[in-house]
Design a protein around this ligand. Structure first.
Ligand code: HEM
Length: 190
């Protein structure tokens, strides 16, 4: 089992643990809903047997970069921080699926849309280091997955407004027209 795998288990009952996040809001941005849950357990390993109270399980692996130039990578490395700062008590999970038109493009065409036209990295860099992020890939797991990615973020409560601005900017881009399923799950830790 891959050490890069993270599992996200959504359920209704509270079994308090360090890895438990409480759901404050779930919003379907496009495509099919994900059933409502009140807690999400985020665990850096496979969960082969789901607990009885689980409503859904998402999982993904961290992977190599696909659309990032050397210069962008340097800027990201200088500015980004890892998930899990003690003050980062607000979390967001956004599972995303892209449509077949996106996956039919070539690597160069996707990069052109992602950065030259949509400025995904340029926009995102403005929000570092306040927002910490991690991209989990589901598409290459080999199983039928409901999403291509699970994106994970955390930040301090005071930075929630900045995160909202970031979402608004990204959702107005050409890249986002290729997204056919997106669910936003807002989380909090006491
Ligand atoms: C916090 C600021 C952000 C930064 C600095 C950032 C940066 C990046 C970078 C550099 C990549 C490309 C990775 C690669 O080369 O493969 C990427 C991919 C991605 N990001 Fe962001 N991002 C940010 C926020 C977001 C947000 C808020 C969302 C979701 C609402 C998001 C969704 C994605 C997705 C789905 C991908 C994968 C795209 C694909 O492979 O087709 N990002 N991001």
């Amino acid at each position: 089992l891959s050490p890069r795998l993270t599992s996200f288990i959504g359920s209704q009952s509270h079994q308090p643990a360090e890895s438990t996040w409480f759901v404050t809001k779930m919003t379907t941005i496009c495509g099919e809903d994900l059933p409502g849950v009140s807690v999400v357990q985020i665990t850096p390993k496979a969960i082969p047997v789901l607990p009885a109270e689980a409503v859904w399980r998402l999982h993904g692996v961290s992977s190599n970069l696909r659309y990032t130039t050397r210069g962008e990578k340097q800027e990201l490395t200088q500015r980004q921080v890892a998930l899990g700062r003690p003050e980062a008590t607000r979390g967001v999970l956004i599972p995303i699926r892209k449509n077949s038109a996106w996956w039919d493009l070539t690597q160069e065409e996707r990069r052109e849309i992602f950065e030259e036209q949509s400025r995904h990295t340029t926009i995102g860099l403005k929000y570092l280091p306040a927002i910490a992020r991690k991209l989990h890939h589901c598409r290459d797991l080999g199983s039928a997955e409901p999403f291509d990615f699970v994106t994970q973020f955390d930040f301090a409560p005071a930075d929630e407004g900045a995160f909202d601005d970031l979402l608004e900017a990204l959702r107005g881009t050409l890249e986002w027209t290729y997204i056919d399923r997106e669910v936003e799950i807002r989380l909090t830790q006491p």
